[in-house]
Design a protein around this ligand. Sequence first.
Ligand code: COA
Length: 332
Amino acid sequence: MFKDKNDVRRVGIIGVGEYLPKKVLTNADLEKIVETSDEWITTRTGIKERRIAAKEEAVSDLAVKAAQAALADAGVLAADLELIIIATITPDMQFPSTACFIQKSLGAKKAACFDISAACAGFVHAIVIAQQFISTGLYKNALVVGVEVLSSITDWQDRNTCVLFGDGAGAAVLAPVKSGGILSSYLGSDGTQAELLMLPAGGSRYPTTHETVDKRMHYLKMQGNEVFKLAVNVMADAAQIVLKKAGLECSDIDLVIPHQANIRILLALAKKLNLPEDKVYFNIEKYGNMSSASTATALCQAIREGRIKKGDIVLLDAFGAGLVWAACVIEW
Ligand code: COA
């Protein structure tokens, strides 16, 4: 088996896939729903359009399509999968885990299944978790999916938030690799900032009642300005930490795949890391913020577009509600 200098298995991403719903919601469409403008949305966020799942599409439906593409790319049969981790804040239901619905649709009978809640940093968290299981030898492979139907928790009367989000799914298959793979990782959190971004009702704190629905507490609430200020710093810090752990410098990075929350956050991150913009991957213009699916689809698209080549150093870097943040350095 392939081991690194610490005598644990090297783990890499051996296949990726994505699925984006067909329906496109443009800024012009949003102008008809709330008091906003294409000009405001574009200059403040960098978003031009986003995808919206069809009424009959739940998160697991999007995830299965992305997963099938990733399994085909990796050349792994669903029947041989040993672990499925789904990163989502919009599960099909409170329980059972969305991972179990996906297991059923894929026919991945052997796989252990669970979901994780790490919001927009969920995909990177799930990659790091899967790496641990594979590097210790407990499982031979893992499927990780970052997937959201954020349109289901978006308040379409709140212009502060409804212009930002979209729906989508991105998947990756992880397995032992001979060389390269995940070189270092880091997970961080600050629960004192939990109030900044949340879905208040529907859990045990505020079970769903007529009152919670009347108060629109089953929709996402965000203090955007405060999140913005923290985002750049935590992403930059996480990047510095994983690079140091891997014995690398910012100048060694070939491509950053960041969480796509706001173009201004990404440009500020590039500046802080002293990286030219062409070393940062953006898909926010077409898809908005898809939470855990943003990093996942961005990785898949960057590979498909030839932006990542064998031997490249890739930095995954994300933050989200919690606040939580996560980064990892991967040698491709
Ligand atoms: N259209 C037009 N005007 C809008 C608007 C919209 N869709 N949304 C807000 N505004 C208005 C506000 O009401 C405010 O008006 P006021 O000055 O009259 O009160 C004004 O625009 C500025 O609001 P502000 O919140 O200061 O804007 P901003 O420059 O901070 O941009 C965000 C707002 C949400 C785009 C930005 O803060 C952001 O991206 N934050 C991070 C969010 C994030 O990353 N969330 C996900 C975490 S994973």
